[in-house]
Design a protein around this ligand. Structure first.
Ligand SMILES: [Zn+2]
Length: 383
């Protein structure tokens, strides 16, 4: 594909402000690109205006998945930007705009690779399925929906195009966001025995959670240990009143050896224990995301490394990430190897003046194409 068309596809995607909604416009745009080709196009609606898109090309052979999310994070203040966030601006080797890095460049490069494969003279010796998801930035529920509906079940390998500067990310931490509400009884602070202080059980919860979560000495050789941050706390109405209500939130980054289920069980146990002593605590979790166990030994990761080294003279090294991705959901498919490789370097994700290197983006388009061919060749069963 001409450079200008590959850049136009990315620019068009950036012009759609798909901030955790309006993903259907991204799906419409991508579906249009495949109109007229022998491609199977399926929309999977999450909510009105919010469509996941599944595009499958090829009619036989090994099935490789390409995954990218359609949503982007909000722009806090466009005053902090030197360029308009929802118009792609190219300057020197950089293309600026919201999602240029995270991750419309990865999504666009995968689509360009698929179109190039369809336009190429060589026959397709395998299949590719693009999984374009909604809501990655707020809980990976698009990927969860696609996984549950079986769209990833037959994949023999999956590449996620999140920014990695074309290094191969083979593992990442999981996430648990939690909130604890505490109820008490409000009275004048001169007679505290008549009321019930909502703050004190929260303090006790923090104390016990800190002790419990640091007792487990599991350390992942690449990811390190679990981390826990109590991130917000609030309660009480005024200085001379026993507080009737208080709450706090926490953020935990988990590792495969200390899984989400165990962490949540331990926090639940603390709440039950404190409630049995008279507290009125309630803990809730929003979209906990499991960690991605190390994929470094899979044939998929090894092949990606080989292609990056031999065909692109890049390092092809295996790396780790701290943030969760759609891999947390797709990993629920048994025996599905997953790697994360994307063209952007990720240094400006979720920040003003987000950009991708134009050279790297175009290299990413080529990488996905070459990698698909190498995958088909390697995973074709010879009869
Ligand atoms: Zn992302």
């Amino acid at each position: 594909m001409e450079k200008t068309r590959a850049l136009k596809i990315l620019s068009d995607l950036i012009a759609i402000p798909s901030i955790n909604d309006q993903e259907a416009q991204v799906a419409d745009y991508l579906a249009d690109l495949f109109a007229g080709y022998p491609a199977q196009i399926q929309r999977v609606r999450y909510a009105p205006g919010r469509d996941n898109l599944v595009v499958t090309i090829g009619d036989h052979g090994p099935l490789l998945g390409f995954s990218g999310h359609e949503d982007v994070v909000a722009v806090d203040s466009s005053k902090d930007w030197d360029y308009p966030p929802f118009t792609a601006t190219m300057k020197d080797d950089k293309l600026y705009g919201r999602g240029a890095s995270d991750m419309k460049s990865g999504l666009a490069a995968m689509v360009v690779a698929m179109l190039d494969l369809l336009d190429g003279k060589q026959p397709l010796d395998g299949r590719i399925r693009l999984l374009a998801s909604v809501g990655e930035e707020t809980g990976e529920y698009g990927a969860a929906q696609l996984t549950e509906a079986g769209y990833a079940s037959e994949l023999q390998g999956l590449v996620i195009g999140e920014p990695t500067d074309l290094h191969i990310r083979v593992t990442h931490k999981g996430v648990i966001d939690y909130r604890v509400e505490s109820l008490g009884k409000s009275v004048h602070s001169s007679q505290p025995s008549l009321g019930k202080n909502a703050i004190l059980p929260l303090v006790e919860f923090v104390h016990q959670a800190q002790i419990t979560l640091s007792q487990d000495n599991q350390v992942d050789e690449i990811l390190g240990s679990l981390t826990h941050v109590v991130s917000q706390i609030q309660g009480g109405a005024q200085i001379n009143t026993v507080p009737a209500h208080a709450w706090l939130t926490g953020n935990i980054r988990t590792i495969p050896a200390y899984p989400n289920e165990l962490v949540m069980q331990q926090l639940d146990d603390i709440v039950h224990h404190l409630n049995s002593q008279g507290a009125q605590l309630k803990i809730t979790y929003s979209y906990p995301e499991p960690p991605l166990p190390n994929q470094g030994q899979t044939a998929l990761a090894q092949l990606a490394s080989q292609v990056l080294q031999e065909q692109f003279q890049l390092q092809g090294d295996l790396t780790a990430g701290m943030g969760a991705t759609d891999a947390s959901e797709y990993h629920h498919v048994p025996n599905l190897p997953i790697i994360i490789v994307g063209p952007a370097d990720g240094t400006t994700d979720h920040q003003p003046n987000e950009f991708v290197s134009i050279d790297k983006y175009l290299l990413g388009c080529k990488f996905y194409e070459k990698f698909a061919r190498a995958f088909w060749q390697k995973f074709t069963v010879n009869h």
